[in-house]
Design a protein. Structure first.
Length: 388
């Protein structure tokens, strides 16, 4: 079978299973999204604080940006020409917030895969939560050392794996998300810190992609809300979600920062984000720190929708603004998405193999920009769907 025949066979297989993917241009405006000339309430965006459509925020940034000469291209990797003045500014802002050294990447995916792939070695074992993001898994599979996976948020299982392995390795790194991207639940960070202190040479890597900007009064994520930043060795933050910008950052100590700069191929061999983007990141971090009102509003909206799901009898494990409405198999998940569309709501279906077989869902992603009437529309739609 030639190359293209093999590709076509794979695509036909995807179609038959209801998992064929396409990219369709869309237009977003505040809490709405336009698709095929129709407007829908957008509940698939990661713009958790609603800042991506905040025109006052944009105008304030434009005034701020006038103080700098900002190129629209870095024209090189960070090690060549890519670290401009605004790069240093973004470092300073993040380091002040987390009291750790900052290393920037072009995306959360390249940060996770690029860092985890170099942390594993013959003397270091990595143990990751079973539901860790695909970017983490790619990094783990690319690393030179061994990695294991513990059952999701099952810390007794994690400890059993540590006890079996600790005599074989000099170091063990536990890898988890703070807020999990598909189920919306959280890791038990306090328990993980207890485990870290219970055994020698245990280190902790926490992905804060969905907690950064949302949790803690200053937006420093789950680690910050629990005042455990100093206890976590590696913290990943992304800027393309609650921060309404782009790129990602790894926070670590100075030794780890220098090691990453000298060894991570996605950093070394990628053109850096633009000086304009780094200035925007720095501005948005300072801006979101002041907007705890949006975090409070998002928490109230999330609590109301959680309550609605529970009253309708849905299995709900989420404790965040990410709320999976579990629908079952892929076919029912697609039908659920269409049902929500008929009521003016855009909630994308998440199907196997992204989630386990039979765990298809609509991933409802809430944001602080939703109006009361839009929240009620969602609640009423959930109630109507529960009767289908």
């Amino acid at each position: 079978m030639n190359l293209y025949d093999r590709m076509q066979q794979s695509l036909e297989n995807n179609r038959s299973k209801g998992v064929f993917r396409t990219i369709v241009p869309k237009s977003q405006n505040h809490s709405m999204i336009t698709l095929d000339s129709k407007d829908y309430l957008n509940l698939s965006s990661n713009d958790y604080l609603g800042l991506a459509s905040d025109m006052n925020c944009l105008e304030e940034f434009n005034e701020y940006a006038k103080s700098y000469s900002l190129r629209l291209s870095s024209s090189g990797s960070p090690l060549l020409t890519g670290a401009h003045e605004s790069y240093a500014l973004a470092c300073e802002v993040m380091e002040n917030l987390f009291r750790k050294k900052a290393t920037f990447f072009n995306s959360g995916f390249s940060a996770n895969s690029g860092v985890l792939s170099i942390l594993g070695s013959e003397d270091t074992l990595l143990i990751a939560d079973k539901l860790a993001h695909a970017s983490m898994i790619d990094g783990l599979t690319a690393c030179k050392g061994k990695f294991l996976r513990y059952a999701h948020n099952d810390y007794d299982h994690l400890e059993r794996l540590i006890q079996k392995s600790i005599s074989e390795y000099d170091n063990i790194i536990i890898v988890t998300e703070a807020v999990f991207s598909m189920d919306g639940d959280r890791c038990d960070l306090k328990r993980l810190i207890e485990i870290k202190h219970k055994y020698p040479n245990i280190y902790l890597y926490v992905d804060e992609a969905h907690g950064f900007g949302v949790l803690s009064e200053d937006g420093s994520g789950l680690c910050g809300s629990l005042k455990l930043i100093d206890e976590v060795d590696f913290i990943l933050t992304t800027f393309g979600k609650a921060l309404a910008s782009e790129g990602a950052c790894i926070l670590s100590n100075e030794t780890a920062r220098d090691y990453i700069i000298n060894n991570s191929r996605p950093l070394i061999f990628s053109t850096a984000l633009s000086p304009y983007t780094f200035a925007h990141e720095a501005f948005m971090v300072n801006y979101m720190k002041k907007r705890n009102d949006l975090r409070i509003k998002l928490e109230k909206i999330s609590s109301y929708i959680h309550q609605t799901l529970n009253e309708c009898g849905f299995d709900n494990v989420s404790s965040s603004q990410i709320i999976p409405l579990i629908t079952g198999d892929n076919d029912r998940t697609l039908k659920a998405s269409e049902f929500f569309k008929t009521r003016g709501i855009y909630a994308m279906p998440i199907r196997h193999p992204t989630v386990p077989q039979g765990k298809g869902r609509l991933r409802i992603s809430l944001n602080a920009g939703l109006t009361d009437s839009q929240v009620e529309l969602l609640a009423d739609t959930i109630k109507a769907f529960s009767k289908e």
